[in-house]
Design a binder for this molecule. Sequence first.
Ligand SMILES: [Zn+2]
Length: 228
Amino acid sequence: MARLTWHGHATFTLETDTGHRVMIDPFLDDNPVADVRADEAGHLDYILCSHGHFDHFADAIPLAKRTGAMVVGTFELVEFALSQGVAHGHGMNVGGGHQFDFGYLKLTPALHTGTIAGDDEGRYTSTPTGLWLDLGGKRLYHSGDSALIMDMQLLRGRVDIALLPIGDNFTMGPEDAVRAVEFIEPRVVIPMHYNTWELIAQDPRGFRDRVGSRAEVVILEPGGSYDF
Ligand SMILES: [Zn+2]
């Protein structure tokens, strides 16, 4: 049984059937709704980052240094992490996949903007991505901070659990997230990237009503888990 725990915003911890602990988009210490601080996050084997904005990357470097976890993301994002003293990194790029010991990861297109928090000299670019994971046949898609894009149609039939933003303003809002569900046809949808701040306040139950019978919408509270 794999377990996915939401920490608020776009941050999740994934405990895989292979016994690995993988954190996605770590944003804990400055995240007003997070259930844990970075120093309470426990052991991590991998840190996957969809892009370099602070609300997805702020705790990646300190967590990687403390836990020895490998940072995975776009080539430039990983190069930046390595330049800051992170010991282990694996750079990839959009459309590329790699078989890790915890599962297979492919970086998918996402439409958003990109800077890297902490890159004060602006030497590194940050192309936002989504994360598509195949964990022994259980397929998980974390869209990152994307707009609704036609590319999501390419995922139809290839996603069991979709993690989609509904916050609006910076990402898809509920209406476009429903269309993303129509594009992807996942079995389960978990909304994310909402209620972190007033600007992205949303009612996830309203989103669940709009999705209707298209998919099962699982609403997590920060600290809540979904087993699959
Ligand atoms: Zn974001």
